[in-house]
Design a protein around this ligand. Sequence first.
Ligand code: NAD
Length: 282
Amino acid sequence: MKTARIGERAAQLLSLEGKVAIVTGAGSGIGREVSIRLGEMGASVVILDTDAEAARETAGRIKPLGVGALAIACDVTSRSACERAIEQSVATYGRVDILCNNAGIVVRKDVLSLAESEWDSVLAVTLKSVYLLSHEVIPHMVRNGSGTIINTGSGWSLKGGRRAAAYCAAKGGVLNLTRAMAIDHGPQNIRVNCVCPGDIDTPMLTGECQQLGEDPNQFMAEASNRPLGRVGNTGDVADAVLFLASDMSKWVTGVALIVDGGGWHDLRNTILKVWENSDGTV
Ligand code: NAD
């Protein structure tokens, strides 16, 4: 009986019934899974991606759940495209309760090999888009009297990584922008949090292995070398985003929720990796 009551309360807190969520980069990987999870919990979902067909495919996975799903082709680096997308979302569903700033791209290069255009595009997709969309969405949340924004950071929001200079700069920025927005918009009852995934099995991770020219088996074995012994899956991140999107986290704002199977805390591993010689000695 007690357990049933607790279950009922948990279900109430996690329910997104009647809410409207916007998810960027939702045509693939983490963004797609987050969109589906929010739909499963009752939210209508607006799916933004440059890849219109992929966005439509995500919408097609959500519609059978009996909630709204609207796919919009949108380049999140363009102010006018973001303005149009939010206008269309509000015209369709009347409100915005949840914004997941998830789109991001990675170029695995150090500053010496990185072209200025690569720096600009990584920063634009991964960091500037958080500003552009929040700028459009927050006035609607203020009008509703509440809202929750979840930005996708990375383990590399908290520490540096090898041959990923622009990405690390952008993801560090995403986390500190999250903290700044949490301070500014808390008084308007808008919570702003950052989910920080470790290596997650998506097309981005495969692409990184290709960019680095590494053997895929060895790359995945190294990525699995963490306390929980595997790379993450998109569902691991979607569950954490659901927590931050729902009333289950109603007094949580400005945090970095690390979802990485313990990789960040495994400092010994990190330090050894940095200092290890090619023959394996330290
Ligand atoms: P993914 O490559 O599978 O999906 C990214 C999606 O973003 C794609 O559908 C792509 O079309 C879209 N996109 C790219 N540029 C866009 C733009 N300008 N406007 C709109 N959409 C755009 O990647 P993923 O692994 O699902 O990554 C999602 C987020 O998670 C990113 O912010 C990424 O940095 C972060 N992340 C991923 C990992 C990982 O290991 N996969 C780890 C930590 C953080």
